[in-house]
Design a protein around this ligand. Structure first.
Ligand code: TXA
Ligand code: MG
Length: 310
């Protein structure tokens, strides 16, 4: 995607007026608005039809801006150095002087923060004097968007502008880690947990299915294509779409490929767009072949499992 100065200006114009816009990130597209403005943040919740109890992730372009709103610690610095900008979100404590709208956190004292890697989004952030709250740009519990046209599909003319940055490279949401005390993974995502483990050492709790559902990404009915989905399928039914990890010799009209050569990264990138394509073609159900539960495969399986609860 070509870098376009005038598009960034346009995006900034809407954001400065507290409107929401679609933004590209390396994980999925976001629905962004000024994190310091109550009015802007209310608009995000209204547009997404998102429960107020689900706090938002705030996106920064550098640490010195983050310091104004959050209390940083050693674990954060270690992980930041290695993985940011990139597909990891940190839960930190808000600082007393923080200007983040209380609606972002639903009055909680912690904040989810992320440094996105997409160069157009980074460029946009560097032009603003406030950070951007941005949940994934989909209606609550629907499939996440990985390109501008997906955002358009959910919101149409209800949002003022979508900054087009091509297809998201990673295709799955960021991995969320709470590092206020003992490290705890709250959502599997674009960054593999084993890589985080290597940097932090010791044990990392995985708490992706808590009894009390707090995080929308932890909700069971989530990431849903809106039609039933079965996992680990070896025999596809008639009229069912079959989602596969590698090309078959014999092709069928109902075969869809996440990757040509059994590549998990590529499969992650293509997951949401494949599910969307199948749904839009009018299939009434989806069968997915077994996906290796290693590395990013764990994040793919996490999303499929939640989608299968439809
Ligand atoms: O990759 C991503 O993270 C994308 C892009 C746009 O950056 N954003 C994204 O946002 O996935 P969203 O709102 O769809 O998911 C954010 C998740 C939610 O599950 C929310 O409940 C959780 O982060 N969250 C936000 N603040 C939190 C906090 N203080 N403690 C625990 N979880 C939090
Ligand atoms: Mg989401």
């Amino acid at each position: 995607m070509k870098f376009n100065q005038s598009n960034i200006k346009k995006a900034k114009k809407y954001l400065d007026r507290n409107y929401c816009i679609g933004v590209p990130t390396e994980t999925v597209y976001g629905l962004a608005a000024n994190a310091y403005s109550h009015q802007a943040i209310k608009r995000i919740f209204r547009l997404k039809k998102r429960p107020k109890s689900n706090p938002l992730i705030v996106h920064y372009s550098n640490i010195s801006d983050l310091k104004k709103d959050c209390i940083l610690n050693k674990k954060f610095r270690k992980l930041y150095k290695k993985f940011s900008p990139g597909p990891i979100t940190y839960i930190l404590n808000l600082s007393k002087s923080s200007k983040i709208s209380k609606i972002v956190t639903n009055n909680n004292k912690s904040l989810a923060v992320r440094f996105p890697k997409h160069r157009i989004f980074k460029r946009l952030l560097s032009k603003l004097n406030y950070p951007l709250a941005a949940p994934s740009a989909n209606i609550f519990s629907k499939l996440s968007p990985v390109q501008a046209s997906d955002v358009k599909e959910d919101f149409g003319n209800k949002i003022k502008y979508i900054l087009d940055g091509g297809k998201s490279k990673i295709g799955l949401e960021s991995t969320i880690i709470d590092i206020r005390k003992e490290p705890k993974i709250l959502r599997l995502g674009g960054l593999e947990v084993s890589k985080i483990k290597k940097i932090l050492g010791g044990k990392i709790k995985i708490n992706i299915n808590p009894k009390k559902i707090f995080s929308s990404g932890q909700s069971r009915l989530h990431y849903s294509p809106g039609i039933p989905l079965r996992m680990n399928v070896t025999k596809v039914k008639k009229n069912e779409a079959y989602l596969l990890l590698k090309k078959r010799k014999k092709n069928h009209a109902n075969y869809f490929y996440l990757s040509k050569k059994n590549n998990l990264k590529q499969a992650a990138k293509n997951l949401y767009s494949s599910l969307r394509k199948i749904k839009n073609k009018g299939y009434k159900s989806i069968a997915v072949e077994k996906i290796r539960n290693i590395g990013i495969g764990q994040s793919i399986n996490d999303r499929l499992k939640r989608a299968s609860k439809f």
